[in-house]
Design a protein around this ligand. Structure first.
Ligand code: FUB
Length: 336
């Protein structure tokens, strides 16, 4: 997060990408290519007048809009409201970062929301078109918890749902998939909490297995430590495959980096490799990675357009470069 004294106008002048959408605020972009077009599934940020707190209650989003781009340099067309919280029977508030998948001609929107008792769970809604409108299932996905679902479609047709975020996302309250109020983040020398992953069943609306914790290790095979805030998992998991390897990427939260690790299985373990994006304006950073026309793109957000209001963000995209070893070159959102 650039220093608060930094002149936002000078950052805007140096920004490597303009906002894709300026009519409304959008964040947490999950991008997929369906039938030759890029579809972006972001959060829809609003100013709901909720006071700021450490739980992120001011992120009080109520609906989702889907955006379509016919090419990477085309306009991001707002396809309208895809789902509203009032149409989700189990959810009370806070539609946070979503993702989507396609199977057998149907589209599945995965989204977190708080139940009336204040606990986050993950729901699914179904549509016949990539842009919706989506019809929510009456109950959240059984066994789901926390936030930030990201679905990965593997080459063999299996779909894996990654999820979880600490602090306001409540992941620190879970051990072995069970919630306890007394649970907190592990001490600094203990292994950090990892994101969770579960394969989806053939119907795409339930887990086929109990969620597993994903291990992220250093070059010596040791789990990243909870005190390693510059590298440890915080929220925003994303999985993609590049030249046969699985790449897990995530946000480090309070140190504001996007990082990645590589592995040989969608379940991990993943070995830490480095950073993808340095700090953006605004507290949160959240992304997706998607290929189009033989090039790779990072979709991300910042809060420049709102003058740095952390819950009023704008989605952006920039080309990603891999070197000959498959390492991703770190991007600086406002130049070097
Ligand atoms: O948009 C609300 C939350 O902020 C997301 O779920 C997190 O990943 C962070 O971007």
């Amino acid at each position: 997060m650039p220093d608060e004294t930094t002149d936002l106008a000078s950052l805007a002048a140096r920004a490597i990408s303009p906002p894709l959408v300026t009519r409304i605020y959008t964040a947490d972009p999950s991008a997929h290519v369906f039938d030759g077009a890029i579809y972006i599934y972001p959060s829809h940020d609003i100013d709901g007048g909720v006071p700021f707190n450490d739980n992120g209650d001011h992120f009080c989003m109520e609906d989702y809009h889907v955006f379509r781009m016919d090419s990477p340099d085309g306009e991001a067309v707002d396809c309208g409201v895809a789902l509203h919280v009032k149409d989700v029977p189990w959810a009370a508030r806070q539609l946070w970062a979503p993702d989507a998948a396609r199977k057998d001609g149907r589209y599945y929107l995965y989204f977190p929301a708080k139940r009336p008792d204040g606990l986050f769970q993950i729901g699914v809604a179904v549509a016949d078109r990539p842009e919706g409108p989506f019809q929510a299932e009456p109950q959240p996905i059984e066994g789901s918890y926390s936030i930030d679902p990201a679905v990965y479609a593997d080459d063999d047709g299996a779909h894996y749902l990654y999820f979880g975020g600490i602090w306001g996302g409540q992941l620190q309250k879970y051990r072995d998939n069970a919630w306890a109020e007394a649970n907190e983040e592990p001490p600094p020398d203990a292994p950090a909490l990892g994101p969770r992953v579960a394969r989806l069943d053939a119907g795409m609306k339930q887990f086929a297995e109990a969620p597993r914790e994903v291990a992220i290790v250093d070059e010596a095979g040791r789990p990243l430590r909870a005190g390693d805030h510059a590298r440890r998992y915080f929220e925003a998991p994303w999985l993609h495959k590049y030249q046969g390897r699985y790449y897990l990427s995530w946000s480090t939260g309070d140190t504001h980096f996007l990082c990645y690790a590589t592995g040989d299985s969608p379940y991990g373990p993943f070995t830490y490799q480095g950073r993808i994006l340095s700090e953006v304006v605004g507290w949160t950073t959240h992304h997706s990675i998607c290929a189009y026309g033989g090039k790779w793109y990072l979709f991300y957000h910042d809060a420049l357009l709102s003058g740095g209001v952390t819950h009023l963000r704008s989605i952006k995209m920039a080309e990603l470069q891999h070197d000959a070893q498959g390492r991703i070159a770190m991007l600086h959102p406002y130049g070097d």
